[in-house]
Design a protein. Structure first.
Length: 158
């Protein structure tokens, strides 16, 4: 009988090998582990100001144009849904309600992507039929985009 076990590495149609997570994904997971440890250390004394400080620090680290997008989104989310608490999530700005992430920003530079992403998690109240969008590609923010995002964030926390 032949041994049909395969290597842990797989190949794609292009012949490249897949060795697991990218360096960026591993870094994000490490950041998430550090965030969880910091949250545990803070315990019940943690407040919105701690999260705000962490988010603003992460935004300040971002290269342009991602920093400008993140700053604008931060201001927009705070104005649209003041009940959301800023926090970092996998090293990126996120906004939570009752401890659960509702929406987040993902930098294009961090994941070597051609666009940044603004997305929603399961805690967002965006249900609309059997299918609805949960993430949006961002390259810039127009006034119309800001109005749409503001309305979605309000709906997400309703």
């Amino acid at each position: 009988m032949e041994d049909t076990r395969k290597s842990a590495k797989s190949t794609t149609a292009t012949g490249k090998t897949f060795d697991g997570f990218t360096a960026e994904e591993r870094a994000a997971m490490k950041e998430r582990a550090q965030e969880l440890k910091a949250e545990a250390r803070r315990g019940p004394r943690a407040d919105k100001a701690d999260g705000e400080r962490d988010v603003l620090a992460k935004i300040a680290e971002l290269p342009e144009p991602d920093r400008a997008l993140a700053e604008r989104l931060h201001a927009l989310i705070k104005a649209s849904a003041p009940a959301l608490s800023p926090k970092t999530w996998y090293g990126m700005p996120a906004y939570a309600k009752d401890g659960k992430v509702v929406c987040f920003f993902q930098s294009a530079q961090k994941y070597n992507s051609r666009y940044s992403t603004f997305g929603f998690q399961d805690a967002a109240n965006l249900d609309d039929g059997a299918m609805w969008p949960t993430a949006f590609a961002l390259t810039e923010l127009t006034a119309a985009d800001e109005a749409r995002i503001g309305a979605l964030v309000k709906q997400a926390v309703s």
